[in-house]
Write a protein that binds this ligand. Structure first.
Ligand SMILES: *[C@@H]1O[C@H](CO)[C@@H](O)[C@H](O)[C@H]1NC(C)=O
Ligand SMILES: *[C@@H]1O[C@H](CO)[C@@H](O)[C@H](O)[C@H]1NC(C)=O
Ligand SMILES: *[C@@H]1O[C@H](CO)[C@@H](O)[C@H](O)[C@H]1NC(C)=O
Ligand SMILES: *[C@@H]1O[C@H](CO)[C@@H](O)[C@H](O)[C@H]1NC(C)=O
Ligand SMILES: *[C@@H]1O[C@H](CO)[C@@H](O)[C@H](O)[C@H]1NC(C)=O
Ligand SMILES: *[C@@H]1O[C@H](CO)[C@@H](O)[C@H](O)[C@H]1NC(C)=O
Ligand SMILES: *[C@@H]1O[C@H](CO)[C@@H](O)[C@H](O)[C@H]1NC(C)=O
Ligand SMILES: *[C@@H]1O[C@H](CO)[C@@H](O)[C@H](O)[C@H]1NC(C)=O
Ligand SMILES: *[C@@H]1O[C@H](CO)[C@@H](O)[C@H](O)[C@H]1NC(C)=O
Ligand SMILES: *[C@@H]1O[C@H](CO)[C@@H](O)[C@H](O)[C@H]1NC(C)=O
Ligand SMILES: *[C@@H]1O[C@H](CO)[C@@H](O)[C@H](O)[C@H]1NC(C)=O
Ligand SMILES: *[C@@H]1O[C@H](CO)[C@@H](O)[C@H](O)[C@H]1NC(C)=O
Length: 579
C-alpha cells in the first residue's frame, strides 16, 4: 500500500484543505509493530498517569495477564501504545518502563509547546512474552520537574494489545525465562543503574539452561548526554574552560561474567529532543529518542560456568579510551537475560574452549592545536574484537559447539574552529557480531551508526545568542537478537538543521528535518517512509510497505513556530552561551 502526499500534487492546495489543529503532533520515524493485523486483539489499559513534579516518583501499577485472548502466554505478539500530551514549557525527560523487574522499553519525551503537543509511539514487546505471562508490577519512571519557567506536565496513557495466536498466526518461540539485570524497581526508582561505578548483580541461572541471550539498555545522560562531543583529556586544556567535558568521546558498553568480558557494544548516539537545537526535533524527534536502541550479546558460551547452581557476578559498565577508562556521570544501564532451558532438568555442563578477549578496546588519540591556539582538532579511534568458543552438553545429551565473534571499529574527530565558535564532530561506529551454534546462525548484528554534527555559535552577547547546527545521522542495522526474536534490517537517515535564539525575554527557534526509513524483517514484513518537516510543517510524506496500514498516514499538521517559550537548549559539555 502506498500513500503519497507528493510535492507534485501541489502541496499548498493539499495543505489548505486540511483542518488545522493548534496541537502539534510529534513523532519518531519508525516502523509500526510487525504484528498480525488479522489476529484477534485484546487491548488493556495498563496505566494512566500525569507526570508533574515526579522526580523519584515512578508510576507503579499492578499487572495481571489478560485471559480473553487465548491462554496466558500463548499470544502471537504484544504491542504497547504510549500516548502523551503536554502543554507549556518543559525539558525532555527520560522514561523507563519496567515489567516484573526487567526493563522493557526506554523512551524520552518530546518538548512541549504552549499550544500543546501529543505523540503516540507503538512498541513491539513480543520478546517479553514471558514477563507479560506473570502477574506483578508495571513501573514507569519519568522524572519531571515543575519550577519557574518549566510548567509542562506529561499526561500519559499506556495500553497493551495482545494478539491471539492461531494456525495462521502461531505464537513465536519464547525464552523459558527472563532474568532481569536491574536494581529492582522501587517506589523511588525504575530500576536502571547509574554508571559509574560499574553495576554488578549476583545472578543465579537455572542449572538446565542451554542458551542465554543478553539484551543491554544503555543511554548517556547528565554529563554524558553528548558523550560523542567529550574531548580526550590530553587536549582538554587546549580548549577554553567550559567548552566541553573531558574523558573523551569513545564509549564501550561491556557485559562481564565474574569479571571476564562476555560481550560489548558501541552505542548509537541518541540525541534527545532538547539537544543542541531543540526546535530541530519538532515535530519529528531525533531517531531513537522515543525508542532507544538496545544491544545484544550471545552469552551462551558462558552457560557451562553459569549453570553450576551458584550465583555469579554479572556486571555492566561503560568505559572510555582514557588510560583509566573513566567516564563522566551518568550512563543509565540495565539488561535482561533470555534463557532457554533443556527438556531435561539435569545440569548443563561443558567448557569454554577458546577465550580471546582483551579487557578493553585498542584505542588511539591524536590531535593538533593551531599555533595561535584558535583551533583544535582531536581524533580518537578504537578497534575491538571478541572471540569465544564453548562446548555445551545439555542434560538430555545434546552437544552444542558455540562460537561468538564481535568485531567493531570506531572513529571520532572533533573540530574546534573559529575561536571555538565552531564545534563539529564526525563519528562512525561500525561492527559485525555473529554467533553460531553447531554452525547455525544464532545471533547477528551488523551495524553502522555514522554521526555528523556541525554546531556554530553565530552571535553571542549579554542580551542574546544565536546558535545553529546541522545533523546528519544514520542508523543502519541488520540484526537477529536471538534465534527466537524477530530479526530485521533497518536503514534510517536523518538530516536535520535549525537555528535557536536565546534572549533575556525567552527562547525560540526553527528547524527542518528530512528522514528516510527502510525496514524489512525475517517474516517478510516491510515498511518505508520518507518524511520531511520544515518549520513545524510536514512538507513531504511517503509511506509504503506491508506494515503501512490505513491508520499510519500522518496528516500534515500546522502549529505556529514557538515564540519565546522553549526551554534552554542543552549543549555539549553543559556549555552556556551568553546569558
Ligand atoms: C493509541 O492510544 C490512543 C489513546 O491513548 C488512541 O487515541 C490511539 O488511537 C491509539 N493508537 C493505536 C494505533 O491504537
Ligand atoms: C493540554 O491542554 C489540553 C487542552 O486544553 C488539555 O485537554 C490537556 O489535558 C492538557 N494536557 C496537559 C498534560 O496539561
Ligand atoms: C508491587 O509494588 C508495590 C509497591 O507499590 C509493592 O508493595 C509490591 O511488593 C510490588 N509487588 C511485586 C510483585 O513486586
Ligand atoms: C554477591 O555475592 C558475594 C559473594 O558471593 C557477596 O559478597 C556480595 O555481597 C553479593 N552481592 C549482592 C548484591 O548480593
Ligand atoms: C572551569 O570552570 C568551572 C565552572 O565555571 C570552574 O568550577 C573551574 O574551576 C574552572 N576550571 C579552570 C581550570 O579554570
Ligand atoms: C563483580 O565484578 C566486577 C567486575 O570485575 C567487580 O568490579 C566487582 O567488584 C565484582 N563484585 C563482586 C561482589 O565480586
Ligand atoms: C582542523 O581541521 C580543519 C578542517 O579540516 C582545518 O581547517 C584546521 O586548520 C585544523 N586545525 C588544526 C589545528 O589542525
Ligand atoms: C553481516 O556481515 C557479514 C560480514 O560483513 C556478512 O557476511 C553477513 O551476511 C551480514 N549479515 C547480515 C544479516 O546482514
Ligand atoms: C560539516 O562541515 C564540514 C566542513 O567543515 C562539511 O564537509 C560537512 O559536510 C558538514 N556536515 C554537515 C552535516 O553539514
Ligand atoms: C530560522 O531562523 C534563523 C535565525 O532567526 C533565520 O535566519 C532563518 O531564516 C530561519 N529559517 C527559516 C527557514 O525561516
Ligand atoms: C529536505 O527536503 C526538502 C524537500 O522536502 C528539500 O527542499 C531540502 O533541500 C532537504 N534538505 C536537506 C538538508 O536535505
Ligand atoms: C506551515 O504551513 C502552513 C499551512 O500551509 C502555512 O500557513 C505556514 O506559513 C507554514 N509555516 C511556515 C513557517 O512556513
Amino acid at each position: 500500500m502506498l500513500q503519497v502526499l507528493a510535492r507534485s500534487l501541489g502541496l499548498s492546495t493539499v495543505l489548505a484543505s486540511v483542518a488545522r489543529s493548534a496541537v502539534l503532533v510529534d513523532f519518531q520515524v519508525a516502523q509500526p509493530p510487525p504484528l498480525p493485523a488479522d489476529a484477534e486483539q485484546c487491548t488493556v489499559l495498563i496505566l494512566e498517569h500525569t507526570f508533574g513534579n515526579s522526580y523519584y516518583q515512578p508510576a507503579i501499577v499492578p499487572y495481571t495477564p489478560p485471559t480473553d485472548c487465548g491462554d496466558v502466554g500463548s499470544w502471537a505478539g504484544i504491542s504497547l501504545n504510549f500516548t502523551v500530551t503536554s502543554n507549556g514549557t518543559q525539558y525532555d525527560r527520560l522514561g523507563v518502563f519496567n515489567l516484573n523487574d526487567a526493563e522493557i522499553w526506554r523512551t524520552s519525551t518530546p518538548e512541549p509547546t504552549p499550544d500543546g503537543i501529543i505523540w503516540t509511539y507503538l512498541k513491539d514487546v513480543t520478546r517479553y512474552i514471558p514477563l507479560f505471562s506473570e502477574p506483578g508490577n508495571f513501573t514507569l519512571e519519568l522524572n519531571n520537574l515543575l519550577e519557574t519557567g518549566l510548567n509542562g506536565e506529561y499526561a500519559s496513557t499506556l495500553y497493551a494489545t495482545f494478539y491471539a495466536s492461531s494456525a495462521a498466526n502461531p505464537a513465536p518461540t519464547s525464552a523459558n525465562t527472563i532474568i532481569p539485570l536491574t536494581l529492582s524497581p522501587s517506589t523511588t526508582s525504575g530500576g536502571e543503574a547509574a554508571v559509574p561505578p560499574i553495576f554488578s548483580l549476583n545472578v543465579t541461572v537455572p542449572q538446565n539452561a542451554v542458551q542465554i541471550y543478553a539484551e543491554l539498555y544503555a543511554s548517556g545522560n547528565g554529563d554524558e548526554e553528548f558523550w560523542y562531543f567529550n574531548t580526550a583529556n590530553e587536549y582538554l586544556s587546549d580548549l577554553p574552560n567550559g567548552t566541553t567535558y573531558g574523558n573523551g568521546p569513545f564509549r564501550e558498553v561491556r557485559l562481564l561474567v565474574d569479571g571476564q568480558v562476555a560481550g560489548v557494544a558501541f552505542p548509537y548516539a541518541v540525541i534527545f529532543t532538547g539537544g543542541i537545537i531543540p526546535s530541530a526535533w519538532q515535530p519529528i524527534t531525533s531517531y531513537g529518542a522515543l525508542d532507544l536502541p538496545t544491544y545484544f550479546v550471545d552469552l551462551t558460551p558462558f552457560v557451562p560456568i553459569l549453570t553450576d547452581g551458584q550465583s555469579h557476578n554479572i556486571s555492566i559498565d561503560v568505559v572510555s579510551a582514557e588510560t583509566d577508562h573513566a567516564i563522566n556521570s551518568d550512563w543509565y544501564v540495565s539488561g535482561s537475560l533470555q534463557v532457554v532451558t533443556d527438556s531435561s532438568s539435569e545440569r548443563t555442563t561443558g567448557s569454554i574452549t577458546v577465550y580471546d578477549v582483551q579487557p578493553y578496546a585498542t584505542t588511539t588519540t591524536t590531535g593538533s592545536v593551531a599555533a595561535d591556539g584558535s583551533s583544535v582538532n582531536v581524533t580518537v579511534t578504537a578497534h575491538r574484537s571478541v572471540h569465544i568458543e564453548s562446548t555445551i552438553r545439555s542434560g538430555s545429551g545434546a552437544t552444542t559447539y558455540v562460537v561468538w565473534d564481535q568485531n567493531l571499529e570506531y572513529s571520532n574527530t572533533q573540530y574546534y574552529l573559529d575561536d571555538f565558535n565552531v564545534q563539529n564532530v564526525a563519528q562512525t561506529a561500525t561492527g559485525s557480531f555473529l554467533s553460531t551454534h553447531n554452525g547455525a546462525v544464532a545471533l547477528v548484528d551488523n551495524f553502522s551508526y555514522p554521526l555528523y554534527i556541525n554546531f556554530t555559535v553565530l552571535s553571542e552577547n549579554s542580551e542574546s545568542a544565536t546558535i545553529t547546527a546541522v545533523f546528519d545521522h544514520s542508523y543502519d542495522r541488520a540484526s537477529l537478537p536471538s534465534p527466537f526474536i524477530l530479526g530485521s534490517t533497518i536503514n534510517e537517515r536523518q538530516l536535520a538543521s535549525g537555528y535557536f535564539v536565546e534572549t533575556t525575554a525567552g527562547n525560540y527557534g526553527n528547524g527542518t528535518s528530512n528522514n528516510t526509513l527502510n525496514y524489512v524483517d525475517y517474516k517478510g514484513n516491510t515498511y518505508y517512509r520518507t518524511v520531511d518537516a520544515a518549520l513545524d510543517n510536514i512538507t513531504y510524506n511517503v509511506i509504503g510497505g506491508t506494515l503501512a496500514g490505513e491508520g499510519s498516514f500522518q496528516l500534515p499538521t500546522y502549529s505556529p513556530v514557538s515564540q519565546l517559550v522553549m526551554a534552554m537548549p542543552r549543549l555539549p559539555g553543559g556549555r552556556r552561551i551568553a546569558l
